[in-house]
Design a protein around this ligand. Sequence first.
Ligand SMILES: *Cc1c(COP(=O)(O)O)cnc(C)c1O
Length: 356
Amino acid sequence: MGPGPSDVPSRVLEALARPTIGHLDPVFLQALDETQAMLREVFGTANALTLPMSATGSAGMETCFVNLLEPGDHALICRHGVFGGRMAEVARRCGAEVTLVDAPWGQAIDPDDVAKAAKSRAFKVLAIVHAETSTGVLQDLSPFRAIADSCGALLLVDTVTSLAGVPVDVDRMGIDAVYSGTQKCLSCPPGLSPVSFSERARHVLSTRDTPVQSWYLDLNLIGQYFGGERVYHHTAPVNMIFALHEALRLVLEEGLTARYARHRQQAEALRQGLEALGLELPVAPTDRLPPLTLVRIPDGVDDRAVRAKLLADHGLEIGGGLGDFKGKAWRIGLMGASATPRHVELCLGALREALR
Ligand SMILES: *Cc1c(COP(=O)(O)O)cnc(C)c1O
């Protein structure tokens, strides 16, 4: 119950253990096609270029930036936690000039601040994190398409902790480039990063002046394997794709609406239980992220000792604080298969005992 990986259902582990077959075997290619179709459904997009990158969420982040940015381009990046900061670092390494819009840790980005920064010049990309796993803040994405349009930017969104836990609605929100990860609300092991590019983003990609500086993450090349021509680029991680295929089947069997409701309900039960223990939740109620709850560590309580006791006595992992919250807060995840009443009760009972 930390910031990921979440619990992996046995059906997904069994899929991972299927015999390894060739990455051009028709049985595998069918699973790959179905995986892409299910990803489109979960992302809420019709984007043809929707696929799982063969690496973790950070590689999905890097995929979006390296394919869209060229040296000298300007990027407007929102930072209200660790992952916005990581996006800025990745964009700079692409040779881009980065303009940052900050919000204090534990708060959402103020769209008015971004709109103001967008007036200063044209930008190639406007990037924002939907679900900041370092702070437990959910960002309302609805104002950002219009802001991106006002400065001519593509809208790039991190949905690593939101996908399959809260609605993402890529097409409805007008998102051009999006990435996620498998080990959070999809409840699959870490190792793949679903990404999706709009037609507008694909146009930018296909009309670059310079080649994408990362050969491994170049979507012009990878698209030739996924797009039907099946041109060899790298060996697809066959078993991980089987696992993601099964994880997505579980998501769609439950139904997206029911899954989002389950995350909301369990988060609400956890928050009420934490407050009943006298614990303080630093994030404002309107900005709270159902899959991850930030809890202030009470004065005089030893952060590490409590977490070590939860792990030793109950096999229960919760996350420590990052950045401004290092040593000051815990991060409790309720992601995918880990968002159940049993998890909430286990966590509240174990914390009550440890704090006593
Ligand atoms: C976990 C996470 C990432 C990075 O994913 P890895 O799989 O650890 O590389 C990026 N963004 C957010 C919001 C995350 O929660």
